[in-house]
Design a protein. Structure first.
Length: 386
């Protein structure tokens, strides 16, 4: 099977912060091991030389990634590689991919992977659809949603991370007149093999714990809500926090589009009991930062269909506490979910002071990622796109 894997990397200068690239770097070698001939079309190659590479331009903004597919380059690439399967990791590009296949005279299956959903359903009882504010600058959210729906319609199969993502995607498709039928598959992302630790090697905290927050500091990730909780945790629980600075110095163009990461970073840096840390794009340094913590904190993002950063913590045997929302409520152990800051403080205090409770949840966290090895995920991926 010849697979053309179209990877959107909008910030190739800070590749370690791009979960889609990490996904591809873990997955595509395992697809190769399973017998597929994979070409990754991307601004940067993956780390395994057996995976073929086709250089593509990096879109300068998140909206260009959705509305500027670069048809000429796409047609030329398809004619050159003549794939049997094209993977659209930017769902909105799927209609352009289908058109490019027609123009190039190549008959290939189009598989779309929903790495990101530009909407969420915050109330499952009423079915209220909420546009993601991250994709709603100048009111573009509705257009992004419709482009996403058009992409779903152009795909032969649609892959999502989780059951929550599947239900949301199906509901959004139905509302926009797209029939998904039996072409929707749940295929979670693989865990990073460099970020796996045996729970037997973990020592519980001795009355004081370090929590780590390793998510992007955009406002739409609920960072203001996290900052509120951070102040409560360091004041009312035997807890200190490490907050990851995943972006470093961003370009003026990105800051102009959304200055919230810099604002939140400045606020958190001045909070007593909070330390700002950077892995400087080094996965070994990142592993060491995780190993130096005792538990993780999930993002407060309503439209969270998956979080690779949560999986990073859990694979390292770190219990993750999180708000009872979205995929987090599906995946995180119910004893570690909270609805209020007071509940979060109580859970963090128990993790810090109750060794038995801590070790039970360290083992459960690690076990929750056991089926996310790259080989297992690659097998599910290939089953979906055949």
């Amino acid at each position: 099977m010849r697979v053309l894997y179209l990877l959107n990397v909008s910030n190739s200068s800070q590749i370690a912060a791009d979960s889609g690239y990490t996904f591809a770097d873990m997955l595509t070698p395992s697809l190769t091991d399973a017998g597929a001939e994979v070409t990754v079309a991307s601004p940067v190659p993956v780390g395994d030389a057996r995976v073929h590479f086709a250089l593509t331009a990096s879109p300068s903004t998140k909206y260009r990634a959705r509305f500027d597919p670069g048809m000429d380059a796409l047609v030329a690439l398809i004619r050159d590689r003549r794939p049997e399967v094209v993977v659209a990791n930017q769902i909105e590009a799927a209609p352009a991919i289908r058109s490019a296949l027609l123009e190039a005279g190549v008959d290939a299956l189009v598989a779309g992977y929903c790495h990101y959903l530009p909407f969420s359903f915050t109330d499952t009882d009423t079915g209220a659809l909420e546009l993601d504010p991250a994709m709603n600058d100048r009111g573009l959210g509705r257009s992004v949603l419709l482009a996403f729906a058009a992409g779903l319609g152009a795909c032969d199969c649609v892959l999502v991370h989780s059951s929550t993502a599947a239900s949301w995607t199906a509901a959004a498709a139905a509302r926009t007149g797209v029939e998904l039928g039996d072409k929707l598959y749940v295929v979670p992302a693989p865990r990073d093999v460099r970020l796996v630790r045996d729970p037997a090697d973990i020592t519980p905290p001795a009355g004081r714990a370090t929590g780590i927050y390793n998510h992007r500091l955009y406002r739409h990730y609920g960072t203001a809500r996290f900052a509120q909780l951070a102040r409560r945790l360091v004041a009312d629980a035997p807890v200190r926090l490490t907050v990851m600075d995943l972006f470093g110095t961003r370009s003026p163009e990105r800051i102009r589009l959304d200055p919230s990461p810099e604002r939140h970073l400045e606020e958190l840096a001045t909070t007593d009991g909070v330390t700002i840390a950077s892995d400087r794009g080094d996965r070994i340094r990142y592993r060491n930062l995780l190993a130096g913590a005792h538990f993780g904190i999930a993002p407060f993002r309503p439209g969270c269909p998956w979080s690779m950063s949560v999986i990073d913590c859990q694979a390292m045997g770190l219990p993750v506490i999180g708000p009872r929302t979205g995929w987090l409520a599906e995946h995180i152990d119910h004893e570690l979910l909270f609805d209020t800051d007071e509940q979060a403080v109580q859970i963090a205090e128990r993790l810090a002071t109750d060794a038995e409770f801590y070790l039970v949840h360290a083992k459960r966290a690690h076990a929750s990622t056991a089926d996310l090895t790259p080989a297992v995920v690659a097998a599910r991926y290939l089953e979906a796109i055949k």
